[in-house]
Ligand binder design. Structure first.
Ligand code: ATP
Ligand code: MG
Length: 180
């Protein structure tokens, strides 16, 4: 599985539709302070199912929508689309390309789509769970997170290892089955 492209439209400082096509190899995003580098990472985190506005440096989820500037009015919706090359079917979906989209409106309503089909947030979370890319995964390490891992309790560290090893999903399913 490979990251192919990211489209950001109305999310945080990206008032205009911005498309990034990832080329083979490593991609580095550089720019002055405040130019939106972290916002790109947050767009990825958000489209992959982030549920905490705080993790995106906001108070409530609609805060991710472009809030306006001296020259531009605020927008009413934000949208992010992420596309993966899935020829190896690493993501549990038949198609060779997977596009996940998330939209949010000022009133807090949201849309979630996988390959253009409306889904629930839960379906997106499940799609990426145990792939190393999910909401709780370690493919995105933000500032401060490294210390947090070092300082975590043994049980928390075990959960990290279980997620990396891919057994977290089964534990969650077992817990759910036990409750039912
Ligand atoms: P640094 O190098 O300091 O880490 P950066 O390139 O990571 O900077 P970001 O933190 O991604 O920069 O971008 C911060 C900018 O995004 C700020 O100017 C902030 O005003 C703007 N911003 C954040 N949320 C919104 C929003 N909802 N609407 C408009 N602009 C926003
Ligand atoms: Mg930053």
């Amino acid at each position: 599985m490979k990251l192919k492209s990211l489209v950001i439209n109305g999310f945080k400082s990206f008032a205009d539709k911005t498309e990034i096509n990832f080329q083979p190899g490593m991609t580095a995003i550089v720019g002055p302070n405040g130019s939106g580098k972290s916002n790109i990472i947050e767009a990825i985190r958000w489209v992959l199912g982030e549920q905490s506005a705080k993790n995106l440096r906001g108070g409530k989820m609609p805060d991710v929508i472009f809030a306006g500037s001296s020259e531009r009015a605020a927008l009413n919706r934000a949208e992010v689309l992420i596309t993966f090359d899935n020829h190896d079917h690493y993501l549990n979906i038949k198609s060779d390309e997977v596009t996940v989209a998330r939209k949010i409106y000022r009133d807090g309503n949201s849309d979630f789509l996988i390959n253009g089909q409306q889904v629930r947030l839960k379906d997106i979370v499940n799609l990426f769970m145990d792939t190393g890319l999910g909401r709780e995964s370690f493919s995105i390490i933000s500032q401060g997170r490294v210390e947090a891992i070092f300082n975590s309790k043994p049980q928390e560290r075990r959960a990290i290892i279980e997620e990396v090893a891919g057994v977290f999903k089964y534990k969650k399913e077992k817990q759910k089955a036990e409750l039912e």
